[in-house]
Design a protein around this ligand. Structure first.
Ligand code: HEM
Length: 132
């Protein structure tokens, strides 16, 4: 990952998490359309869940050069997801939905470089969660 890609990841996560962005809302709607069996795994407070997802994504991209911080966090996150009922086969379609919704939200700011950076970042997240 180049330093420019890391900058782009941080820039895009800030845009996606901005109060006026409805990215997280759109992401979960698209996730439940693509993987309806995951809907009942979630509690009722999706507002809180949306915030947690965005906080986790910002934290992960901020710390992308610090594997000693990321590894234990991601391994814990992966174990909790197993307990939620998430299966290894859910991650690739979830990643697809995540990137598609990012592209729709970011519009022309979704450049090929940003796309490549998010593909690598998502793969690193999944690898760290020990599911891929
Ligand atoms: C494979 C698709 C995924 C599914 C179906 C899924 C599902 C879930 C579920 C059911 C919860 C618990 C919600 C609740 O307690 O109501 C959760 C929590 C959470 N998910 Fe995911 N998840 C997926 C992938 C990911 C990925 C890749 C990340 C990485 C950013 C992530 C980040 C989080 C965070 C930060 C929480 C908050 C609770 C915690 O830290 O354990 N999820 N997810």
């Amino acid at each position: 990952m180049t330093s420019n890609q890391i900058r782009e990841l941080n820039r895009s996560v800030t845009l996606l998490g901005a109060p006026e962005s409805d990215f997280a809302e759109r992401f979960y709607s698209a996730l439940f359309a693509a993987l309806p069996e995951t809907r009942p795994m979630f509690g009722t407070d999706m507002t809180r869940q949306k915030a947690r997802l965005m906080e986790m994504l910002s934290f992960l991209v901020e710390q992308i050069e610090h594997p000693e911080i990321l590894e234990p966090m991601l391994s814990g996150l992966g174990k909790r997801h197993e307990a939620y009922g998430v299966k290894p086969d859910h991650y690739a379609p979830m990643g697809q939905v995540l990137l598609t919704e990012m592209a729709l939200t970011l519009g022309e700011q979704w450049t090929p470089e940003v796309e490549t950076a998010w593909k690598s970042a998502f793969q690193a997240i999944v690898d760290g969660m020990s599911v891929g």
